[in-house]
Design a protein around this ligand. Structure first.
Ligand SMILES: Nc1nc2c(c(=O)[nH]1)N[C@H]1C(S)=C(S)[C@@H](COP(=O)(O)O)O[C@H]1N2
Ligand SMILES: [Mo]
Length: 539
C-alpha cells in the first residue's frame, strides 16, 4: 500500500476531520511539480470526485444504486498487474490513473467531462473507493460500465485495501418503507405519487428526502447556531435552541421542491446528469420556528443596506474532507420569507429533515432550505461552496458540460410553475365509471405565486377541463404551499389507451411549456413541461 493510499484512507475513515492540512501536506510532498493543481482554492481543492451527482439519470429505479450485472473492479486475468506505487505516479493531467478495488484505470481522457470538474484530481493515482463510499450515487450500472471501459490492469494483491466505510453511515435514521429509494447512501427517496395527494400536509415520515452526505449526529442540547454579520466591524453571536425560543414563534405552510424534481422526464429528451427523480421530489408541511429576520435584527443587522448582500447558510453535514454543506440566497428575499424551523407539522424535525434546526426558504428551490443549520453569515459574497458555485444554476439547452460557465450562470433562487398527475400513475389500468375517470395531482409555483388554474386534457390538448383546486389560504404573493387538484374527465368513446396531460397557470399568468426540448439543461433542473401519462381504460 502506498503512503498516499494509507493517508487518504485514514483521512476518509476519520469522518470528523475538519482540516484541509493533511491533504495539502501530503500532496505537496508528492507533487512538487504539479502543485498548481492543489493550491488553487480551499473549496475546490479537496472534496469528492463530485458532490454533484454524477452519472446520467437512469430510466428506471431498479438500475439505481444496484450493481446489476456489471461489477467494477474485479480481477481480470487478461490484464497486467501494477503496484500502488506505480499507479500513484499517474496523477497529472497528462496521465491520470485511478484504482477501484482490484482494477486500475487510465481515465486521462475522461477528465474534461467529469461533472465535478477539477475535483477529480484529488483521486489521482489513488483509490476512488473512499470517495465513492461517501458519494454513493456513483455506484450505478452506468458508471461501473463507464469505469470499466477505461480499465488497463489489476492492482497488485498486496496493495488491495478494504475500503468499506460503513461507519460513515452507521448513524442513518430509520426510514419509512413506503418511500421510493433512489440512492441509499446518501439517502435520497421520493414519496409515492398516490400518497402525495392523500394528505395536504405530507406526514413527516413520507416527506421526500434529499441528502448529499450522511445525516449528522447532533446533540440538541449542545447545538449552537452562529450568526455572523460581516462588515466594517464584524458581529458574531451564538444561539442555543433555548435562546432561539425567545423569539416570536411563527409558522408557515410551505412545499419544498427539489430543483431536480421531474428530472427523469427531461432525461428522455437527452440524457442529463443527476438523481432520476420522477414526480416525487416535492412534499408540503407546516413549518414552525422563528423568523430569520427577527434573529438578524437582534444581531444588529443594518436593514438600510441589504440589496448587495447574501445569507450564507451552512449545515452540520460534512463531506469526506470535512467541508460542510452550504449555499446562500439574496438577503432581501430571505428577510421576507426565511424561517429557522425546529418543527414540522407540529412535531420536532425528524433527523432526515434537519433535526434540530433547519432553514426553510419558502418559494425557493429546496436546496436553499439548509438542514442541520449551524451557521448563518451575512456577506456581500455568495456561498463559495461547491454546492452553490457548481450546481443549481441555469443554462440554456445548447450549453454543454464543456462550455458551462458556472460562475456567471444565474443561481436558481425561485421555481417555475409545475404540476403532475399522481393518481392514476403512468401505465395504470383505470375503470371508467359513468363515462368518467377521476384524476388527481399537485401543482406548485415558486416565489409565493399562487396556482390559479390547473387544466387537464385527455385528447392531446384538443380540449381542456379546469380541475378543482385545494389550497392553503394565504395573502397574495405568499402562496408557498402546494395546490392539490382533482378532475373528473369524460371519456365516453375514448380509445382503450388514452394520454392524460396536465398544465398549471400561476398568478403571474405563467403557464408550463408543453415540451422539455426548449428548457433542457445539462443538470436536468427546472423540468416543468406538461406532465403526460398513458392509462389503459377498462369499462
Ligand atoms: N445541510 C443540508 N441541507 C440540505 C441538503 C443537504 O444535503 N444538506 N439538501 C438540500 C436539497 S438539494 C433539498 S432538495 C432539500 C431536501 O429537503 P428534505 O430532505 O427535507 O426533503 O434539502 C436541502 N438542504
Ligand atoms: Mo434538491
Amino acid at each position: 500500500m502506498s503512503l498516499k493510499t494509507l493517508l487518504l484512507r485514514n483521512l476518509i475513515r476519520h469522518s470528523k476531520i475538519t482540516s484541509f492540512a493533511p491533504i495539502f501536506i501530503q500532496r505537496q510532498s508528492y507533487n512538487k511539480n504539479e502543485r498548481h493543481y492543489w493550491t488553487s482554492s480551499r473549496n475546490t481543492a479537496v472534496a469528492l470526485l463530485a458532490s454533484v451527482v454524477i452519472g446520467s439519470a437512469v430510466k428506471d429505479q431498479e438500475n439505481v444504486n444496484k450493481k446489476g450485472d456489471v461489477e467494477a473492479g474485479e480481477k481480470r486475468s487478461d490484464l497486467p498487474t501494477f503496484t500502488a506505487e506505480e499507479v500513484s505516479k499517474h496523477d497529472s493531467k497528462k496521465s491520470f490513473w485511478v484504482i477501484y478495488k482490484h482494477g486500475v484505470y487510465d481515465v486521462t481522457s475522461f477528465l474534461p467531462s467529469h461533472p465535478g470538474g477539477e475535483q477529480i484530481f484529488n483521486a489521482g493515482g489513488l483509490s476512488i473507493e473512499p470517495f465513492w463510499n461517501v458519494y454513493g450515487m456513483h455506484k450505478t450500472k452506468e458508471i461501473f460500465e463507464l469505469l470499466e471501459s477505461y480499465r488497463i490492469g489489476n492492482l497488485h494483491d498486496d496493495d488491495v485495501v478494504d475500503h468499506s466505510d460503513d461507519e460513515f453511515w452507521a448513524k442513518e435514521p430509520y426510514r419509512d418503507k413506503r418511500l421510493i429509494i433512489k440512492t441509499a447512501k446518501p439517502f435520497n427517496a421520493e414519496i409515492p405519487p398516490k400518497l402525495q395527494v392523500e394528505h395536504f400536509n405530507t406526514p413527516n415520515e413520507l416527506f421526500y428526502v434529499r441528502q448529499h452526505m450522511p445525516v449528522p449526529d447532533i446533540n440538541e442540547n449542545e447545538h449552537k447556531l452562529t450568526v455572523t454579520i460581516v462588515g466594517k466591524t464584524t458581529k458574531v453571536k451564538e444561539f442555543t435552541l433555548k435562546d432561539l425560543r425567545k423569539f416570536k414563534p411563527v409558522s408557515v405552510n410551505a412545499a419544498l421542491m427539489c430543483a431536480g424534481n421531474r428530472r427523469s422526464e427531461m432525461n428522455k429528451v437527452k440524457p442529463v446528469k443527476g438523481l432520476s427523480w420522477t414526480t416525487g421530489a416535492i412534499s408540503n408541511a407546516e413549518w414552525s420556528g422563528v423568523l430569520l429576520r427577527d434573529v438578524l435584527l437582534h444581531c444588529g443587522l443594518d436593514t438600510e443596506n441589504i440589496d448587495d448582500k447574501h445569507v450564507i447558510l451552512t449545515g452540520a453535514d460534512t463531506d469526506a474532507t470535512g467541508t460542510q454543506f452550504s449555499t446562500s440566497l439574496p438577503l432581501r428575499d430571505a428577510l421576507d420569507t426565511v424561517l429557522l424551523a425546529t418543527h414540522m407539522n407540529g412535531a420536532p424535525l425528524p433527523p432526515d429533515h434537519g433535526r434540530p434546526l433547519r432553514a426553510v426558504a419558502p418559494g425557493a428551490p429546496a436546496v436553499r432550505s439548509v438542514k442541520w443549520l449551524q451557521s448563518i453569515t451575512i456577506s456581500t459574497e455568495e456561498s463559495s461552496s461547491h454546492w452553490h458555485q457548481r450546481d443549481y444554476r441555469s443554462f440554456n439547452p445548447s450549453t454543454t458540460w464543456e462550455t458551462a460557465d458556472f460562475p456567471t450562470a444565474p443561481p436558481v433562487y425561485s421555481l417555475p410553475v409545475t404540476s403532475a398527475i399522481c393518481d392514476p400513475e403512468d401505465g395504470e389500468t383505470v375503470t371508467v365509471e359513468d363515462g368518467h375517470i377521476e384524476v388527481r395531482g399537485y401543482a406548485y409555483s415558486g416565489g409565493g405565486a399562487r396556482v390559479l388554474r390547473v387544466d387537464v386534457s385527455a385528447d392531446g390538448g384538443a380540449s381542456w377541463r379546469a380541475a378543482r383546486l385545494r389550497q392553503h389560504a394565504a395573502p397574495p404573493a405568499r402562496h408557498f404551499a402546494w395546490t392539490l387538484w382533482s378532475a373528473r374527465l369524460p371519456l365516453a368513446g375514448a380509445p382503450a389507451q388514452v394520454e392524460i396531460w396536465v398544465k398549471a397557470t400561476d398568478s403571474n399568468f405563467n403557464t408550463q411549456p408543453e415540451k422539455f426540448n426548449d428548457i433542457w439543461n445539462i443538470r436536468g433542473i427546472l423540468s416543468n413541461a406538461y406532465h403526460k401519462i398513458k392509462v389503459n381504460l377498462k369499462y
